[in-house]
Design a protein around this ligand. Sequence first.
Ligand SMILES: [Zn+2]
Length: 467
Amino acid sequence: MAEWEAVVGLEIHVHLKTRTKMFCRCELEYGAAENTRTCPVCLAHPGALPVPNAKAIEHTIKLGLALDCEIAEHAVFARKNYFYPDLPKGYQISQYEQPLCGPGRVAVPRADGDLVVGIERAHLEEDAAKTVHAGGETGRTVGADYSLVDLNRGGTPLLEIVTKPDIRSAADALLFLRLLRQTIVELGISDAEMEKGTMRADVNVSVRERGEDGFRPRWELKNMNSFTFIGRGIEAAVRQQIAAYESGDTLEQHTYDYDADLDRLTVHRTKEEADDYRYFPEPDLVPVAPPAELVERLRSELPDLPGVRIRRYAQTIGFARADELVMTGNETNALLLVGAGVDLDTAATVSMNQPPGWTPWPENAAALAKIITADNLTREARTAALSASALGPIDAEEFLSQTAVRDESELDPVISSILAANPQQVETYRGGKEGVLGFFVGQVMKETGGKADPKVVNRLLREKLQA
Ligand SMILES: [Zn+2]
C-alpha cells in the first residue's frame, strides 16, 4: 500500500484595522446600518478617483516584515476584472505581478521542532461588498427568494497572505494559522476574528505518494471561517482523495464545500479552465514606493514575535505549556510574577489556573510573589489573595498569617475520628478503591476549616488506612 502525504497551502484574508476604507474616506464600522458607509468612490460613480490608505500600506509592510518577507520597492495595484452583484465597479483593485510583500518564511514552533512555511506573497486589496440571500429555505443563492447587497464592506482594506504548499497535515495547518493570527493581533493591524469575518481562509489540499515530485490536482475550500472546520475539511479532503486514487480514479481541480454534518466535501463548482481576470495595472493609481526610512522604522518597531517567545519559554516549561501561555493571553500575568521573582513554571501554572479575565494590579506583584512561594499557606488564603490582587492593593502579611496546619499531633485525632465515623468508606478503600481517599481528604479539610496541609493529610490518611 502506498504511503500518502497531504500537501496543503493556505490563502488567508484579513480585514485591516483602519479608520477608513482602502481607497476612500468612508468610515469602517462593524455592524453599522446597511449601506450607510458609502461614497462615490466605493459606489464606483464614473469619474470618482481612488486614493490609497497610507495606514493600510503600513500595516501590510509590518506584517510582511514579521513574516520575513522582502518588501517591494515598487508595488503595483492592478485591476482584477470580474462581475459580481456585490462589486459595482466590475473589478476589484488588488495587486498581481508586483505585490507589496514578496517571498518570506515563518518558523512555527512545534513539540518536535519547527515547521517552516514559505510565504509566497502578502498583498493589499479591497474587499467586495456583501450579498445577503434571504427567504427560501437554504440560506444560499439557490433557493433564496431574493438577495440584498450591503455596500458597507465594499472597499474595506484586505490583506491577503498566500503560503507555499509546505504544510503536510491538518494539525500543522492549524498551528500555522493560530500563530499567524496571534502575530496579526499583536501587531495591532487587525482583530482577525473568524466569527466576525475579519479573518477567513481558502484552503488548497492535494495528496501525493511520499517521495513523489510535483503536485497533483488540488481541491479548494473557499472562505472557511472556523479553525475547527478548516482542520476537519483538510482531513476529509485527504481521506477522500486517497480513497479515490486507491480505487484507480483520477481527480481534477475543483472548488469544494465542507459539509460538517456528513464530514465530507461536496463539489461546489467545477472549473473548466482557470479564471481569466484580465489583470492590468490600475490606471488611476501610481505605484506604491515605500520609502526605505519607513520600512526601516517599521522593522525597528517590530515587537518580540509570538513564535520566538514560545520557543524561548519552551526551553523551561516545554512546548505545550509555552504555546498555551502565549496563545491564551496568560503570558502578561505570568511575566508580572516572573518579574517579582517567581520561576516561570510556577508563574505559568498560577496564571493559567485563574479564571479568564483575571488581571492582578501590577503593584501587587511583590506581595503575590511572596504568597505564591509560601509553602505553608492555606489553599483558601492563597485563592483569596489571588482574587483580591485583581481588585485593589493587597497586603501579603494579612494572608500569610493563615498558615496551613501541618502539625501531625493536631491532625491525628481529627483523622482518627473521621475514619471511625465512616467505616463503610474505610472498607471500600481497603477493598482496593483508592479513589475514596479524596472523600477523606475532603472531610479533613472541612473539619479543619480548610487549614490542613493537603500533602500531610494525604500521607497520614494512607498510613492509617493501610494499618
Ligand atoms: Zn466610500
